[in-house]
Design a protein around this ligand. Structure first.
Ligand code: UTP
Length: 290
């Protein structure tokens, strides 16, 4: 199998579930305590050995890619004030990746967003990261997926067991367990009604894909909601080659909706060196700590 170097970050959606916060500020730049949503995903990609980040952005949201530029004015001032450490982590991350951007003018669906990255991905296997699924796992979920990719030399999905009333919000797989949280996918269905779901294994925001998915996406018509669905494309890909799935061993926060966004902030506040101590009292009191 080829070495995977590239990670596609679809980020051209409208973020309607958090309007009006996302009128001007891209959803991916909303802060989880002191770090924007997208930085978690880019950190995971970098920690998993990926070096090329391909952002699929909307031409309306160019603030997003600027987060990964160097900012000499800010950096010089912090340096002079002896506060350069405030950018620790960010600086190393920005230096360790190469970012390129391609624009999806019309948000025609996740499958279409992936298709838009075709020229930049070229003829290589690649990862797809939906950054509003913030994953905390050790080892990183993407790294486990890339390890499995090396073994099976084919597409790998990340799945998580979800409660019955949640299956209709996800792509769901039918699969044969082949051991240790690894499954061989036998079918995929996008947002099935509760009583038609083939399992409780929901596809979540990480994929390792092979370039043979591009011609399929190009030929895939608009599915549910008038969008080109990635799940529909993967279903056709499954007719051509085996697809595997790994179960998430860690936590996932869906920061793309109001409640999930709030939970993500609380989760990472509880792990934050400056806030961890204050959090139990804040939560127990149901209000502001004294
Ligand atoms: P979401 O379903 O979260 O959609 O897309 P959204 O537009 O971001 O948010 P809502 O539903 O309006 O609140 C999943 C991921 O796919 C990207 C989104 O940016 C998000 O990261 N996406 C979706 C695209 O890049 N292009 C699309 O056409 C659709």
């Amino acid at each position: 199998p080829h070495v995977v170097r590239k990670a596609v970050f679809p980020a051209a959606g409208l973020g309607t579930r958090i309007l009006p916060a996302t009128v001007v500020v891209p959803k991916e730049l909303l802060p989880i305590v002191d770090k924007p949503i997208i930085q978690f995903g880019v950190e995971e990609a970098a920690a998993s050995g990926l070096t090329q980040v391909i952002l699929v952005n909307s031409p309306d949201k160019t603030m997003l890619e600027k987060h990964f530029d160097r900012h000499s004015l800010l950096e010089d001032v912090l340096e002079r004030r002896g506060k350069a450490a405030l950018l620790d982590g960010w600086r190393e991350l920005v230096e360790s990746i190469e970012l390129s951007t391609v624009y999806q003018a019309d948000p025609l669906g996740l499958g279409h967003a992936v298709l838009v990255s075709r020229e930049l991905v070229d003829d290589e296997p690649f990862a797809v990261v939906l950054s509003d699924d913030i994953i905390d796992a050790d080892p990183p979920a993407l790294r486990k997926m890339l390890d499995l990719y090396k073994e099976v030399d084919g597409p790998v999905l990340l799945v998580e067991r979800v409660p019955p009333d949640a299956v209709s919000r996800y792509g769901i797989i039918a699969a044969d367990a082949i051991g240790d949280g690894v499954h061989r996918v036998t079918d995929l269905v996008e947002k099935p009604p509760r009583d038609e779901a083939p399992s409780d294994l929901a596809i979540i925001g990480r994929y390792v894909l092979t370039p043979d998915v591009f011609p399929i996406l190009a030929a895939t018509g608009q599915g549910s909601g008038g969008e080109i669905q990635l799940t529909d494309g993967l279903r056709r890909l499954l007719e051509q080659r085996p697809i595997h799935a790994v179960e998430l061993n860690g936590t996932r926060q869906d920061a793309g909706n109001k409640l999930g966004y709030l939970k993500a902030i609380l989760y990472f506040a509880m792990k934050h060196p400056e806030l961890a101590e204050a959090m139990p009292q804040l939560l127990a009191g149901g209000g502001t700590p004294r």
